[in-house]
Structure formats: structure tokens, C-alpha cells
Design a protein. Structure first.
Length: 749
């Protein structure tokens, strides 16, 4: 059985008794270069695999595990190329250190950016073992072959376990990358096969350690009172009643952040106690006078109207081909619509939590964080330490969805620990998580098109307005960076001769952060809803119309359409083009699997939507039923997924099923509103998420076989769900929904 170990940097570098450790230096890019471990780690991040004298293979997991299976998936790739026996593999969790390369577990990029380098890493190790065996037996290396943790020489019948070869292999040079012989995919033993995650038994039996579970000897507990308005600060406070609570020991001031906010703590007052209940009770008794600052006037309803006004005014051009404005102005028939999405918040089941221990000029921090290096850097800045004196340990994450890539909670723990000279755990309550999060951008999308005699658009104009994520990195930024539009707008894949895409400016009044699938949520909702509206207006089948708009199989050339920079989810466009053939194919697959066109009961309907995100193609068909009194039920949702080569199909299906539920939570229930700068929601009673009774009775995931490079998986299942639902509701009721959430809108007969 595979095991998980948390190891320090020192432990990672140990060779072990009679074993050898292989360090490969990986340069940036999909294809990396192999070298010895003595390379400059700042430029050549190291990935380690080691084999002990007993043959145990240890593989370092340098990304964070939050249920998506990455702590299994990346080692699977190494083990496959290494020809390792999976039952003899251990996985060790890396601490935050640049020597491992990028550890940022976000953006559905862990496999896309590591697949090739992990294969090379395993292949280099395998070839060293084969060369060691060939040398011992006096045969040509081409005559031996690694097979299931052994090297065999078929001609003589000789074989040797990996453990028997490690000392000889350690004396050999690391093979140059151009000499590596990667497996033929038909010979894969693990890649493409269902594999249980290595954490499974610990999770099932309650042994798994999440950030909220960490305990240290002598540890104190802290609960932090923050200003109800973003970037406000305390003017004065009275802690006399707080200090009377049994167990409360101290109140520590956390200074307010300076702009830009980035991942810094919001500031406030930390009540420190011997137990968590005392800390929370003491916090309730604090008397605080707040200076609310510039965001006290934020009203989300008023802000929506301002965004709608901006959406009708000229914006910054993102992409332009042909003459959309002229074509629309002279067209005999046009259509337009405006779509709205509110703020959402991540709301993971495990709220943010971290433990810090500052002692003797060093700091150790444990946290459920999506980026161990960001945790390390944020903590170091917060307490004025050299990052070299901070060690960040990664625990399991009980959900994250982008929230835990912003490690402000770890910095809070470190500030308090430094102030009291003891280890401290900071745990956010659910109310803290809802009221003080990093919120998904609210958005208005204005779409207009001219239409030919078949209803197909001859010109498409879209203006996207939202407070940008850029605002947390650049003080008071109102204009989004280009990459924010690249999440589902810039790469509009439709076969339309005239396209103009613009962005409108909006000021952020809360912390804006990336949330599962980011701006793809509102871009996909508007685009797929508008196409469905056009299909209905043209009296054409929505499936047929969608395929017509996608057009013939081709690669969309954005550079030829004035787009000088395109993010493409950090993937090379040559390897991951915008392929309309793959998009159309998932539409066809999901339509077939879902039984598009089948009869459904009265006040029921089918809706379809498709979207490319994180270099993966997903199409959705939703079946809904709406009672005469307006109650929505969802009998079935089907997703067709082309994620390129799939590493662990079981995990891909699980992530897509989870994406459906997460998308439902946002589409049907999720809504964050603000009055007088304060977030009005506080817990799951007023920020609802999908319960078991709300879930579809069937969720069917259809994986499309593909030889394309691996794409992202954690996020691309989210965007097409909301528009598929809205389109299905129209079929069921005749009511067109142009805003989210669905709950609260009139669906009655």
C-alpha cells in the first residue's frame, strides 16, 4: 500500500542507506532539460526520485492535494515510465521550496505543465537502472529491459531487482534528455487506468491531516475580528470583557494592509486563548470602533446598474476581425441581450486554517494552502523574515476552489505566534469565510449580433464588464489585464466573419480573486445563452444551430485577429490550439449520450452548452423539470469531456461530477451582495450551496478518447453547466433567464 510522508528539505536531500537519489534540473517550458542536482535551483527547479536498497521507490509530490488526486496522478506518470511496481512506491509531500519548480496548484495546470517532465524523470531513472544491469552482465544496454521493478535480460534469463542495482546506477551520469526513450503509450501500465488515490485509506479511516487538524505542543488558539468593510481598520477597541473570558490570554493587533492587498491579512484583532471556544467567545465580547474607509458606500445593486451603464459605452478592444459595428448597424435583423452574474464566494467545507510557530528567528507554518511557496513568501513578508528562515508544510486541503491559493490566513497565524512567542492556530469560522473572502467578480455582459436569413450571426459584438482580479495586485486598478479576458472571451471559437470583443472598466470594492473556472463562468453563461436565444429566434434546433455557429474544424488564429498576447492557460498554443473540431465533437458526443431530441414530460426541457477552458473541451446537456409553482428539479446532467490524454480516468470523472455540483451551487443558489460596504451573507443559511436533495438524480460523465496532450480537469467542467440549465429552463417554461442565480426568479406557470 502506498504511503504519504511529510518531509523536510533536509530529508528530501538524504540519499538513504545504500540508496540513490536522482535530481533532474528542469528548465521552463513543456520540454525540460535534464542535468545534475548541482544546477542553479532558481533557474533549474529540481524534481527528485529515490530508490532505496530494498527497492522502495520514493516519489516527491510537489503540488497540493485537495481531492483532485494530483498527489497520485503525477507520481503515476513517473512510476509508469520508471516501470515501478506501484505497491512498492511511496509518495512524499514536498515543503514549499523553489527547488521543486512551480508548486502553484491552481488553474488546472498541474498535469499540463508536468506531464512531459515527469515522463522524462521516470524514463531517465529507468535507463540508468538498465545501464547498470547491462554493465554488470557485460551486455549491450539495448538487450535489457525494465519490467515491473526489475531489469531483465531475456537472452540469458537474468534479472535483478531495482534495489540490487541502485549502488551501481548511482555511479552513472544522468542521461541527456535527447537520449531518453519514452514509452509507447500502448505500453502504459498506469497512465489511462483507474487508480485509487494514495490518500484514500487515511481519509476513510480518519487519519488524514488537514490544515484544521494540525496540533503542536503548547499551541494556542486565535480567532480574528476583522472590519466588516474591506480595507477598513480599527480606530479603537475595548478588550476588558474579552480578557475576563476563562482561557483568553491576550489580544494581538494585526496591522491593516497597505495597497495593493495581494495576499496580505485584512488586519484586525486576534483573541488568543488556550482553546478555540474561549477564543471565539472572547472575540464576541470585543468592543471595537471601526474606521470603515473608502469602501463603506459599496452597494451591489447600485454597482450592477453602474456596470450596465458601462456595458453600453465604448470599451477597450480585446479582439477585432472584420467590421462588426458596421455590419450590425446596416443589418436588417439584429439581436441583443444583457447578462448578469453576482459575486460568488468559494465556501470550501474546510474553512481557511493554519498553524504557525515562530521561535529563535525561524518560522514553521502548516496550512491547507494551494501554493506552499506563496505561503512561505507571504508569511516571511508579514513577520519581516528572510524567506530562507520560513518553512511551509502542506497538509491536505478540505476543498479550496482557488481560495486557498491566497495564504492570508497563514500570515495571520505567523503574526500572532511571533507576538506571543508560542505556536498558534488560526481557524476562520464559516462567517469569516463568507464575509471576508476573495470574491468572484460580479459581471455584466452585453452581447449584440446581426443575423442572416438562417438566423446565423454575421457579426458578433460583446462587451465584458467586471471588477478585475488585477485590483489585488495593482492598487485601485479598474481595467482588467488581458489574461482575464482570455478566460472564455478572447478565444470565442465561432465561425463568424465579423467579431468585436471589448472590456469595460469597473472598480473593485472587495477583494477579487480567482474562483473555480474564473471568468469563464460569466463569459460561458452569456455566450451560450445568447446562441440559444438566436436558435430559438431562428426556429432552429439548438444543437444544430450551435454546431453551425461553431463551424468547420479549424484552429482559431487569434494572432491574425489582432490579439498580440493570449494566455492560453500557460500552455503553448502550438501544442494546445483552439480546435473547433474538438469542441464540435464533444457537442455531438453529449447530444448522443444524453438522447438529445427525446420526448420529456410537460414543463420539462433539455438545454445544451459547450465551452473550451483550461485547454479542455466540455459540452453539457441538462434536463430540468419545473413544477407549476416554480420548483426546479434536475433529473439529469450529461457532460462530454475531451481533456486530451487522461492520466487517471476515475479522478477525471470525479472532478467533473464535483464540477457539476459546484456549478449548480453557483448557478441556482450562490449570491453575494453588499450594503454599506458590508457583505450581507454569513453562512450556509443565506449563502446556499447545493444539498443532496438538489443534486441531479443522474450525473453522467463521458470521456472522449484523445491522443492530444493532457488538458486541465479541475475547472473546465463548471462553465457550460449554468447556460445548459438556463437553456433547459427556457425549453420547459418559455422563460428566458439572463441572470444568476436561478433561485428566486419567477419560474411559475
Amino acid at each position: 500500500m502506498n504511503t504519504i510522508l511529510n518531509v523536510s528539505r533536509r530529508d528530501a536531500l538524504k540519499l538513504g542507506a545504500g540508496g540513490f537519489a536522482l535530481a533532474m534540473t528542469m528548465a521552463p517550458g513543456l520540454r525540460r532539460t535534464a542535468a545534475a542536482a548541482t544546477g542553479d535551483a532558481a533557474l533549474a527547479p529540481n524534481v527528485f526520485v529515490s530508490i532505496a536498497k530494498d527497492g522502495t521507490v520514493t516519489i516527491m509530490a510537489h503540488r497540493s492535494e485537495m481531492g483532485q488526486g494530483i498527489r497520485t496522478g503525477l507520481p503515476m506518470i513517473v512510476a509508469d515510465e520508471l516501470e515501478a511496481d506501484w505497491s512498492r512506491v511511496k509518495v512524499e509531500q514536498a515543503v514549499g521550496d523553489e527547488k521543486y519548480g512551480v508548486q502553484y496548484t491552481d488553474g488546472s495546470r498541474s498535469v499540463t505543465t508536468n506531464y512531459q517532465r515527469m515522463r522524462e524523470f521516470g524514463a531517465a531513472t529507468r535507463q540508468m537502472l538498465e545501464q547498470a544491469a547491462a554493465k554488470q552482465w557485460g551486455v549491450d544496454p539495448s538487450e535489457v529491459k525494465a519490467q515491473n521493478h526489475k531489469v531483465v535480460h531475456a537472452a540469458s534469463g537474468k534479472s535483478a531487482d531495482y534495489g540490487e542495482l541502485v549502488e551501481a546506477a548511482a555511479a552513472l551520469p544522468v542521461p541527456a534528455p535527447e537520449t531518453l526513450k519514452l514509452k509507447d503509450p500502448k505500453d502504459f501500465r498506469y497512465i489511462g487506468k483507474d487508480m485509487p488515490i494514495v490518500d484514500l485509506q487515511d481519509i476513510l479511516h480518519g487519519r488524514a491531516q488537514y490544515g484544521i487538524d494540525v496540533r503542536l505542543e503548547g499551541m494556542k488558539y486565535a480567532s480574528v475580528e476583522r472590519c466588516p468593510v474591506t480595507l477598513g481598520r480599527f480606530a479603537s477597541y475595548d478588550a476588558s470583557e474579552t480578557l475576563k473570558v476563562p482561557g483568553v490570554e491576550k489580544v494581538v493587533e494585526i496591522p491593516p494592509p497597505t495597497k495593493p492587498i495581494m495576499f496580505k491579512p485584512l488586519g484586525g484583532l486576534a483573541v488568543v486563548a488556550t482553546n478555540s471556544w474561549a477564543a471565539m467567545e472572547g472575540r464576541r465580547k470585543l468592543k471595537v470602533e471601526w474606521d470603515y474607509g473608502d469602501n463603506v458606500g459599496y452597494d451591489s445593486d447600485v454597482f450592477r446598474k453602474a456596470m450596465e451603464t458601462t456595458a453600453t459605452q465604448d470599451g477597450s478592444v480585446i479582439r477585432s476581425v472584420g467590421d462588426a459595428a458596421g455590419t450590425i448597424a446596416t443589418a436588417p435583423k439584429t439581436m441583443s441581450a444583457m447578462y448578469y452574474n453576482p459575486h460568488f464566494v468559494h465556501a470550501p467545507m474546510e474553512p481557511p486554517a493554519a498553524v504557525a510557530n515562530v521561535r529563535d528567528g525561524k518560522c514553521e507554518v502548516w496550512g491547507s494552502c494551494q501554493d506552499a511557496q506563496a505561503l512561505k513568501a507571504t508569511v516571511a513578508e508579514a513577520i519581516g523574515f528572510d524567506p530562507a528562515n520560513v518553512t511551509s508544510h502542506v497538509t491536505l486541503l478540505g476543498g479550496a476552489f482557488g481560495r486557498k491559493s491566497k495564504p492570508d490566513f497563514g500570515a495571520e497565524a505567523a503574526i500572532v505566534s511571533k507576538a506571543i512567542g508560542a505556536p498558534v492556530k488560526v481557524t476562520w469560522m464559516r462567517e469569516d469565510d463568507i464575509k471576508h473572502g476573495y470574491y468572484h467578480s460580479t459581471s455584466v455582459q452585453y452581447v449584440k449580433a446581426s443575423i442572416d436569413d438562417k438566423g446565423k450571426p454575421t457579426a458578433w459584438f460583446q462587451r465584458s464588464v467586471f471588477p478585475p482580479i488585477t485590483s489585488i495586485f495593482t492598487a485601485d486598478a479598474m481595467k482588467a489585464d488581458s489574461w482575464e479576458y482570455d478566460f472564455g472571451l478572447t478565444d470565442l471559437p465561432y465561425d463568424i466573419p465579423n467579431i468585436t470583443l471589448e472590456g469595460g472598466h469597473a472598480r473593485a470594492h472587495v477583494r477579487i480573486g480567482w474562483l473555480r473556472s474564473v471568468q469563464n463562468i460569466f463569459h460561458a453563461f452569456a455566450i451560450n445563452s445568447f446562441v440559444d436565444e438566436m436558435a430559438v429566434a431562428a426556429k432552429r434546433d439548438p444543437l444544430e444551430f450551435l454546431l453551425d455557429v461553431i463551424g468547420p474544424a479549424r484552429h482559431v488564429d487569434l494572432a491574425a485577429q489582432g490579439v498580440s498576447q493570449y494566455f492560453n492557460y500557460d500552455a503553448p498554443i502550438a501544442d494546445y490550439p483552439i480546435d473547433t473540431g474538438r469542441l464540435a465533437n464533444v457537442v455531438k458526443v453529449v447530444a448522443d449520450k444524453a438522447g438529445w431530441g427525446r420526448s420529456v414530460p410537460e414543463r420539462s426541457g433539455l438545454g445544451i452548452a459547450a465551452h473550451r477552458a483550461f485547454v479542455t473541451y466540455v459540452a453539457a446537456v441538462a434536463e430540468v423539470a419545473v413544477s407549476k409553482d416554480g420548483k426546479l428539479t434536475i433529473p439529469r446532467i450529461d457532460l462530454a469531456v475531451d481533456a486530451g490524454r487522461v492520466i487517471n480516468p476515475d479522478r477525471v470523472k470525479a472532478q467533473m461530477e464535483g464540477a457539476v455540483i459546484y456549478a449548480l451551487s453557483a448557478a441556482v443558489f450562490g449570491k453575494i451582495t453588499a450594503k454599506e460596504g458590508r457583505i450581507e451573507q454569513s453562512n450556509f443559511d443565506d449563502y446556499e450551496v447545493a444539498r443532496i436533495s438538489d443534486a441531479p438524480r443522474q450525473i453522467n460523465i463521458h470521456l472522449v478518447e484523445s491522443d492530444a496532450p493532457p488538458g486541465g480537469v479541475g475547472e473546465p467542467g463548471v462553465p457550460p453547466v449554468a447556460p445548459a440549465l438556463a437553456n433547459a429552463i427556457f425549453q420547459a417554461t418559455g422563460k428566458r433567464l439572463r441572470e444568476l442565480p436561478i433561485n428566486g426568479q419567477n419560474l411559475k406557470a
